[in-house]
Structures are given as structure tokens and as C-alpha cells.
Design a protein around this ligand. Structure first.
Ligand code: HEC
Length: 718
């Protein structure tokens, strides 16, 4: 090299370095590529631009109206959007998929599953639920894989057009390939698929007669590659945990509706599985019932089970695992251990070795009550982790009844309380009414926890809501008319959500007077497709559906006709000895939970030691605040995100606020009102070096305001 070239180099190298540095500053994008931020599902962002020092200056950067402010199309949006190379992909309340410039909120394209389907059999105007989408790329071929109802679509990430070579005209009907009659299946995944190489994994909300198997499909073709039987077949491990040897052919549910996490390096897929059907009466499914309520580790390429850990044996309380495990690496005696943390509805955290499934804090199998209703066989023990301590209260007692409102209100709930059975979690379901606390939705719900990988502090929001689980015996009389059959079938299939008098229960609407709203054809369509959190009922025969229609739609002529269908319900695992009267909250006359506050909390727990750092109430009631009551916390749905900037971002609360919290102290540093409650997990990303925090605000979880807005926040003038 001659002298001139050397000189040139001496000049060029620093110049290049400068250029790269400048480019880094203006050009850096930090993605939020996967639902939950990463395949480890820890909801963590390494960004620091927005931090504890400046978070008070956050402002709205943009608002996107996913349905052009069409009030008929607003409603719950539980989507945690993904951001890839500066483009945000998310869904609307109707599951329209859209791509936005993530810096401005400008729409690039949108895809409406209701409009774009060539195959008319998919053209159903049903509205289901989905919490996010997944991205896959191979060179120039970039795809969004997402589900709307029973269809998994592959949409071109550049154009928003269906990838016609995928499945049939761009979609795969998930009712197929379940090893049962597809016409009788009802499935509608609520969480996004997980991508691994050229595979995507799916499981999801199903009717009580649809199996909840976890399946892998080829991202390129839509071809089904494997299915893991969540209720094992003869010869498979776990088959012996069912007393009924035909359970694998009959049983439904036991699905991974909350999604997945993935150890890419080891090729292990993790999921938390829900309870088998029927949710509240297990006389028709005696046994521990694997893989119901299990954390499972599967070989991602083959779908073979590596290990499992059951968090509730023979579940009778709807204690589904409501979020996929968070993958972490903890430190023990100076040694690093790859682990996972599974939060539960019961408010436990199970910390397990990720490779072996062995608990890293002691778990005790403790004896529990076994005196259930006729025909029931409760499992004699349940697993209790000794650490961390539960993040919500698990027993309603005379001492913790709500005394906040007034003495007469207290006397009223005390009287009602004494009529119920309340022996803490795992109280057997009864005809008298059993208290379920921390609640059917948790405790920990689908938002799941966030974990800071630098400190192994886990942050989890929780509800403390009192519910009453009441069982009733179905009327055993032979059904002679459509009305009798309709009422019987209603009790078996619908009462659990719509209540004894069709008045609704918990979050499920009243269906009194729906005869004015639905024609028979529309009603039957709704029964087969389901809608949002209502499953489809394809397992019922046409005669059975007609009988239900006659009853619900008040059709007197039809009601009086002779019933010609099966005498008792013959399909699916329903046929229970007992039915639940609904998801009924135990509330004061004024509408507050029957337990003393806090009713919603946010918790910080050190996973290395199992100890709590802090715990705060999350959310407030204005009217109680005015009376001088300290923050009570409120019901909340949607998870937190933790950042390297020292912050925790969370919406979730029923008070409609979006908050930034100091992750070290639990102090609320900033809060703002959202257009409607943000029952979704935020996403944190940067485009051209500017950091954004975005959250979907659909509202309508508790009635009240609804919206179609995604709102993004950033610091001013950056
Ligand atoms: C798992 C709970 C669940 C079960 C079981 C269930 N539903 Fe629903 N149902 C819902 C939810 C949630 C909605 C509201 C859907 C929405 O958000 O649009 C609903 C809505 C409805 C509606 C429409 C109400 C309206 O005002 O538009 C009808 C009618 C209905 N259900 C009938 C039934 C019948 C009949 C059955 C039994 C065959 C049944 N449901 C079983 C949860 C359930």
C-alpha cells in the first residue's frame, strides 16, 4: 500500500465510522417483531429514550382509527400489534388486518376477511376475537399469518393481498385435520400463531366438543404437519390419566388458547393448556386429566412431548393456563439456569427448569377438600408453590368482606356470604354456591406478566374479584316438545354464560328479547359460527339447534311441535350430571366486589429470590376517590411492558387510564386518559431513532365507551 492510499485510509475509516454512527442515530429501527415482544414472551423493550426522567413529557404521536370511526364496528380490541421494519401490523375489532407506517400511523393497506374471500363458504359475517398476528419472511416473500374465526390466512406483508398458493385460495380451514367430523367442529383461535422456521403453531378457543390439539402447519403451503393430542390417544403417555378410555374421542377443549413461547435454540415450543370440558363438573371425566391445565414442552419439529407440569389436577374451576410461560434465565448460587415462569389464574407463579420441567422453588402437593356433588371425584391434592407467594388473595372470609361502602352494605354481603361455601381456592363446586377467588379470569389473566431480563424482576397485574360457582341438576324429564328440548339444551349449553333466566352473567350479555333482533336464519348462523367470546355450536344437530331457536326466539308454533331430535344431548362431552348457573360475580348492592380492596393490583417479584419488590393497587373509582378512599385498584385486562428506560407501561384498567410506572419503586410517574379502556398489551418500538409506545383502545369490556383507536405516544419534537 503506498503512502497516499494509507493517508486515504486513515481519513476514510473514521469518516465511515462517523457516517455509520450518524446513520445509526437517524436510521435505527427497533422492532416488536412478535406478540409479547419476543418468542420468549417477556414483554420487554431494550429502548431507553423514554425513561423515568422524561416520561412526564409523553404526548400522543398519532391515532389510527381502525374502522374509520364507524361506531357499529368499534368494540373490544385485545391486539398486541407487531412492528417489523417500521411497519405496524394489527387488527380491528372485526379482525380486519392492517399495515401502518409505524412512525405516522398512516395506513399502507388493509385486508378484510369478510370482503376478500373467493371461497364463499368462508364468507361469514361473524366477528371473532384475536389478540395479534405473526410475521414470517423468506427473502422477498414476506407474510402475515393470522386467524379470523376458523380460518388461518396468509397475507402478503407488502401488499395486503392473500397469498393464493397458501392452503385454499390463501387460507386454511382449521376445522379440518382435527381427526373428527369437520362439520361438527367449532374453532376460533384467540391468540396469534407462533412461527418457527417454516412452521406455524396454532391452537385456540373451541367448543366443548372440539379437541384443543396443538398443531403445526407449513407457512409456505398451509399443509398440516403434526398435531399434539392434548387429550392423549391410546398408547400415548397420559392416556392412563383418564378413567374413561374413550375420552380422547369425546373430550373437547383442553386447548392452548393463550398462545405460545419458544426456545428457538433448543427447538422447544411451550404452551399453557386450558381445562377440559365440561368446565365445572368432572363426573364425566374422572381422573387427573392430562394434558388439561398443563404447561407442556414440545419438540417444535415433531410435536412430541418432552415434559409436562400440571398446575391443577382435575380442574373444576375453569383455571385454564391463561398466558404462555415467560422464558427467562435465573441465577441460583451464581449459576445461570434457563427457566420459565408461569403465572396462573389462581395467582401462583411456577418457576420451572425450562429443559427438564423441574420446579426451581419447592412445590407442595397439599391435600384439598374432596366432598363434591354426586358423581364428582375431586382430586385429593393440588400443587402449591411455596415461593413466590400468591399475587392475589385466595380466600374470602368474614374478615376481608367489603367494608368500604357502608355498614348496611356490609351487613347485606355478610348475610349472603354466610349462605355460600368459602374454603379458599379449590373449594368444591356446590349446589349451595362456592366462592371462586381470585376469580374465573384470574388472578393472572391473558395479558400475562412482563419480565426484565437484566434483573429477573417479574411484573404481573392481577384481579381480585369474588365470583360464585353454583351447580344445578338438569331436569331429567324426557323432552317431548321443542320447547322442553330447547330449555334442556339451553341449560346444558348456554346457561353457563347467559345465566338461568337468560339475563346474562359476568361479561356475558343478556339474551332476553333477542327475538326482536334476530331472524331464525341469523340466529342459526350465530350458533354455528359463534362470535367473539361465544364459541360455535356445530356439534349440535339441526333438530337440537331448531329446538334452541324455538325457545330463545319465542316462536310459539315451533315450541309446541313434537321434538324429533335425540332425547338427551348425545354428542360432545356435555351430558353433564350438573350444569353451572353462570359466571356470577359476588358484588355489593352498589356493584363493588364483595371483598375489601385492592380489587386490581400490579406486582413486582424477584424471580431469583422469589421475594416481592413492591405491590400497588392498579386503577381507581372516581367516586370513591372523592370520598377520600385510597386507591382501590380495579378490574384490569391486558398486560404490562417493561423497558430498559426504567418504566412499566400498562393500560388494562377499567378506569380507562394508560400509565407509566417506575419499575424500581412502583411509583406512578405518568398517566393519561385513553379514548376507551385499553384492554390490550402495549407495544414499544422505535422508527428512525424515535421511540413509540402504542396501545389498542377498544373499550367495551365493562360497557361504557368504545373506540376503534390505536394510540401511539412519543416524546415531543424528536
Ligand atoms: C362461553 C360463553 C357463551 C356460551 C356458552 C354461549 N354464549 Fe351466547 N354469547 C356469548 C357472548 C360473549 C356473546 C356476545 C358476543 C359479542 O361480543 O358479540 C354472546 C351472544 C349471544 C347472542 C347475541 C346477543 C345479541 O344481543 O346480539 C345470542 C342470541 C346468544 N349468545 C345465544 C346463545 C345460545 C343460544 C347459546 C347456547 C347454545 C349460547 N349463546 C352460548 C357467550 C356465550
Amino acid at each position: 500500500m503506498n503512502a497516499i492510499n494509507k493517508k486515504l485510509l486513515i481519513f476514510l475509516i473514521p469518516a465511515c465510522a462517523l457516517l455509520v454512527a450518524a446513520w445509526g442515530k437517524i436510521g435505527t429501527n427497533t422492532d416488536w417483531q412478535v406478540y409479547g415482544g419476543s418468542v420468549a414472551n417477556i414483554k420487554y423493550s431494550a429502548l431507553t429514550q423514554v425513561n423515568t426522567a422524561n416520561v412526564r413529557r409523553l404526548q400522543v404521536a398519532w391515532v389510527y382509527h381502525a374502522e374509520n370511526n364507524d361506531t357499529k364496528r368499534m368494540g373490544p380490541i385485545e391486539c398486541n400489534p407487531i412492528i417489523v421494519n417500521g411497519v405496524l401490523y394489527g387488527t380491528s375489532a372485526r379482525l380486519k388486518l392492517f399495515a401502518l407506517d409505524a412512525a405516522t400511523g398512516q395506513e399502507k393497506w388493509s385486508f378484510d376477511p369478510a370482503d376478500s374471500i373467493a371461497n364463499k363458504t368462508w364468507h361469514r359475517r361473524t366477528v371473532n376475537m384475536n389478540r395479534g398476528v405473526a410475521y414470517w419472511a423468506n427473502g422477498a416473500d414476506k407474510r402475515i399469518i393470522y386467524t379470523a374465526g376458523p380460518i388461518a390466512y396468509a397475507v402478503d406483508a407488502n401488499t395486503g393481498k392473500l397469498v393464493s398458493t397458501f392452503g385454499k385460495d390463501g387460507g386454511v380451514d382449521l376445522k379440518n385435520g382435527l381427526d373428527r367430523d369437520p362439520a361438527r367442529m367449532s374453532i376460533s383461535p384467540t391468540s396469534p400463531v407462533m412461527i418457527y422456521n417454516n412452521l406455524f403453531f396454532v391452537s385456540g378457543e373451541v367448543s366443548d366438543a372440539t379437541p384443543g390439539g396443538i398443531r403445526a402447519f407449513d407457512v409456505r403451503t398451509g399443509e398440516q404437519k403434526w398435531m399434539f393430542h392434548t387429550v392423549p390417544y391410546p398408547g400415548e403417555k397420559g392416556y392412563e390419566t383418564w378413567q374413561d378410555t374413550s375420552a380422547y374421542r369425546r373430550m373437547g377443549s383442553a386447548n392452548a388458547w393463550s398462545g405460545f413461547s419458544l426456545d428457538k435454540k433448543r427447538g422447544i415450543l411451550y404452551a399453557g393448556i386450558g381445562s377440559p370440558s365440561n368446565d365445572f363438573y368432572g363426573g364425566a371425566r374422572i381422573g387427573a386429566g392430562l394434558y388439561g391445565n398443563c404447561i407442556v414442552a414440545l419438540n417444535a419439529n415433531k410435536g412430541k412431548i418432552i415434559w409436562h407440569f400440571q398446575t391443577v389436577h382435575h380442574d373444576l374451576w375453569d383455571m385454564d393456563l391463561s398466558s404462555p410461560p415467560a422464558l427467562i434465565t435465573i441465577t441460583r448460587n451464581g449459576k445461570k439456569i434457563d427457566a420459565l415462569a408461569q403465572g396462573t389464574k389462581e395467582a401462583f407463579i411456577f418457576v420451572l427448569d425450562r429443559v427438564t420441567g423441574k420446579p426451581l422453588f419447592p412445590v407442595l402437593e397439599k391435600p384439598v377438600h374432596t366432598d363434591g356433588v354426586d358423581g364428582e371425584q375431586l382430586w385429593p391434592t393440588q400443587p402449591f408453590p411455596l415461593m413466590p407467594k400468591p399475587y392475589a388473595r385466595q380466600k374470602l372470609t368474614l374478615d376481608n368482606l367489603n367494608r368500604v361502602v357502608s355498614d348496611s352494605s356490609y351487613q347485606d354481603i355478610k348475610r349472603r356470604f354466610l349462605s355460600y361455601r368459602s374454603d379458599g381456592i379449590f373449594t368444591p363446586p356446590t349446589e349451595r354456591g362456592s366462592i371462586v377467588l381470585p376469580g374465573y379470569d384470574g388472578g393472572g389473566e391473558w395479558g400475562g406478566p412482563a419480565v426484565d431480563p437484566k434483573t429477573n424482576i417479574l411484573y404481573v397485574n392481577a384481579n381480585e374479584m369474588t365470583w360464585v360457582l353454583t351447580l344445578v341438576k338438569p331436569n331429567a324429564a324426557r323432552w317431548r316438545t321443542n320447547l322442553q328440548a330447547g330449555m334442556g339444551l339451553y341449560n346444558q349449553n348456554c346457561m353457563v354464560c347467559h345465566g338461568t333466566e337468560r339475563q346474562g352473567s359476568g361479561d356475558f350479555p343478556s339474551i332476553v328479547g333477542v327475538d326482536k333482533k334476530y331472524t331464525e336464519a341469523q340466529f342459526l348462523e350465530l350458533l354455528s359460527t359463534g362470535r367473539r367470546m361465544m364459541p360455535g355450536f356445530n356439534h349440535l344437530s339441526p333438530d337440537e339447534k331448531n329446538a334452541i331457536a324455538a325457545f330463545i326466539l319465542n316462536n310459539k308454533t315451533e315450541q309446541d311441535k313434537k321434538y324429533v331430535g335425540p332425547i338427551t344431548q348425545t354428542t360432545g362431552p356435555a351430558r353433564p350430571g350438573f350444569n353451572s348457573t353462570g359466571y356470577n360475580k359476588f358484588l355489593t348492592r352498589e356493584g363493588y366486589p364483595a371483598i375489601n380492596p385492592p380489587w386490581g393490583t400490579l406486582n413486582a417479584i424477584d424471580l431469583n429470590t422469589g421475594k416481592y419488590l413492591w405491590k400497588i393497587p392498579l386503577g381507581e373509582f372516581e367516586e370513591l376517590k372523592k370520598k377520600g378512599v385510597p386507591p382501590t385498584g380495579r378490574e384490569n385486562y391486558g398486560g404490562p411492558v417493561v423497558t430498559a428506560g426504567g418504566l412499566l407501561f400498562i393500560g388494562a384498567s377499567a378506569d380507562g387510564k394508560f400509565r407509566a410506572i417506575d419499575k424500581k419503586t412502583g411509583k406512578i410517574l405518568w398517566e393519561t386518559d385513553l379514548p376507551a379502556t385499553g384492554n390490550a398489551t402495549p407495544a414499544v418500538y422505535s422508527v428512525n431513532g424515535r421511540e413509540y409506545i402504542v396501545i389498542a383502545c377498544g373499550g367495551s369490556k365493562w360497557g361504557g365507551k368504545t373506540s376503534d383507536a390505536y394510540v401511539a405516544f412519543a416524546l415531543p419534537g424528536k
